[in-house]
Design a protein around this ligand. Structure first.
Ligand SMILES: CC(C)(COP(=O)(O)OP(=O)(O)OC[C@H]1O[C@@H](n2cnc3c(N)ncnc32)[C@H](O)[C@@H]1OP(=O)(O)O)[C@@H](O)C(=O)NCCC(=O)NCCS
Length: 150
């Protein structure tokens, strides 16, 4: 994958796409995010607009996904960033930043140029500084994020 200025630490590789269903479920859990089912996870690769993930070479030469992020959207103007997750053993190495910048670059490169893309996310505490550093601003009080869990 073309990384331009997005340099990863030694041993890490970034890929377009998504981890497999079991890898995704494991990565969410190990990163402290809520558990999901296999059927929910199956829609990640079919229903997202773009995703990327980072593998770590490890010691036995079997690269495992240790971080990911994805964009859900219509490809026109509405883009929602989801599943920003880095395994705790690999946090604070700049991987989250590379993943976020990769997602934003993809939107910049592929969204129509005759209008501005609208990029949203719900920021857990752990990610707030990362998002602020990459240009996100709080939408409240003009617009307040709301959720409905059925
Ligand atoms: C949020 C999350 C994805 C960030 O991933 P990350 O890989 O740790 O992010 P980065 O390494 O790019 O940045 C995190 C911090 O490490 C610092 N850092 C980056 N490289 C570093 C290095 N080589 N040495 C020391 N610190 C470093 C960054 O400056 C940043 O510091 P700051 O928070 O004080 O600004 C990760 O913490 C995570 O998965 N959390 C659990 C799941 C979660 O809450 N996801 C967010 C949902 S909204």
């Amino acid at each position: 994958m073309d990384s331009h200025d997005l340099t990863l630490p030694l041993g890490y590789t970034i890929h377009h796409g998504y981890p497999s269903v079991p890898q995704y479920l494991h990565l969410r859990l190990s990163s402290g995010l809520s558990p999901k089912t296999s059927s929910q996870a199956a829609a990640v690769s079919t229903g997202s607009w773009y995703g990327c993930y980072v593998t770590f070479d490890g010691v036995n030469g079997d690269p495992q996904p240790i971080g990911m992020g994805r964009v859900i959207g219509d490809g026109g103007w509405y883009f929602h960033i989801a599943d920003m997750a880095i395994h705790p053993e690999h946090q604070k190495k700049g991987l989250g930043d590379v993943i976020l910048k990769t997602l934003l670059r993809e939107i910049r490169n592929r969204a129509p140029t005759d209008g501005k893309p609208y990029i949203s996310l719900l920021a857990d505490k752990a990610g707030r500084r990362l998002y602020l550093k990459n240009g996100f601003v709080e939408s409240a009080p003009e617009e307040m994020g709301m959720v409905l869990e059925l």
